[in-house]
Design a binder for this molecule. Sequence first.
Ligand code: ASP
Length: 338
Amino acid sequence: MTGQVQRAKVLVISLGGTIASTSASADGGVVPQLSADDLVGAVPDLRTVADIEAISFRQLPSGDISFGDLVALAHVIEDYEAQGVNGVVVTQGTDTIEEASFTLDILLDVSIPVVVTGAMRHPTLASPDGPGNLLSAVKVAAAISARGLGCLVVMNDEVHAARFVRKMHSSSLSTFQSPGSGVLGWVAEERVRIVARCAPLATVNLDESDVVSPVALVGCALGDDGRTLGELQRLGYRGAVIDAFGAGHVPSMMVGAIESLATMMPVVLSSRTGAGEVLEHTYGFAGSESDLLSRGVISGGALDGRKSRVALTLALAASRDAKNTTALFVKVRDSLSY
Ligand code: ASP
């Protein structure tokens, strides 16, 4: 499949971030203040690719985007698909693209391309990357070959699956990578090349009135005894992700705390390595993956800690009891691959 529909209609929705940031004062740092119309107006070439409609949805640094914002955004996107839009581009800060894009991926039940992009260099620097990223993102959103791939992230002319993409560098233009899977494609001149396709992701349907409860992401480090875990329930957390060593391992000192936590809330095990998946039955020591899984912990599979936390948060919000939460989480996890 190549090409794009005859004169595609693409919706650009802005949420803020570096791509929309300029100086509020001569001596101050930049803050998100450009509108979606400003972003689109700065790239006249967009009009050669598609008819563009622009919506300013939020103007935030991306760390301030909430799950509630993304649930509301997903409904806007679904409404526009129903009205016949051919693709959607969401612009936002890059700091949380890996989580926001995966949240949209799970929430959205659409077949049009939904492409998230941003910028590493803001518009007042010598070589801002926002305009080029926006142009490539619109090309992908208008491409027939990008349909049915779920939510995508386009940065630096590369096309990534939301489920695997990670921000790997604090300032480099090539910060977005998918170390576990590789890219799905790229953009060259006017061509969108899709070279790999994703399995259809299980979706979770949420209303704006659904309560989103906090889920803790707990890192694991050499010599850690897990003493913070005993406080999570009192602090109001309703689920936890343990971002463990290697194939899903923790120091043996943490095992008791994890086992007891798993009797109070769903606890997911992920790997802090950033690629590959949690093993199931290779190691047998106290604190190994098989030990933790036998104590009621749920495997995050190939989802990293941040993506596991997104999936668990949405599963919790959509379900009434622990059994249902686990089943929903596992459904999303197992739909990552064929
Ligand atoms: N540095 C960030 C960005 O790329 C700021 C943010 O995430 O909002 O947009």
